[in-house]
Design a protein around this ligand. Structure first.
Ligand SMILES: [Zn+2]
Length: 74
């Protein structure tokens, strides 16, 4: 297995994880998602407690908000 294969595996792992989390959300389940949906790192419990059903780590959350602002404001 070379590095490209390993990277592909990682991407698939994260994609599957995100898909499952989305499925749970679609069902209306109150999920406590421990991993960032964007980068896959574990979100600190303190943050998960502070932000109900938080899905992204602080870095990715900021990136999302930045992107949203860019889309809105142009
Ligand atoms: Zn993240």
């Amino acid at each position: 297995m070379d590095n490209a294969d390993r990277a592909q595996d990682l991407i698939e792992m994260r994609t599957n994880h995100a898909l499952q989390a989305n499925k749970a959300k679609f069902k209306g389940a109150d999920i406590d998602e421990p991993y960032c949906l964007a980068c896959g790192i574990e979100i600190p419990q303190a943050r998960r407690k502070a932000v109900h059903n938080c899905e992204y780590c602080i870095d990715c959350q900021q990136e999302q908000e930045l992107r949203r602002r860019q889309q809105l404001g142009g």
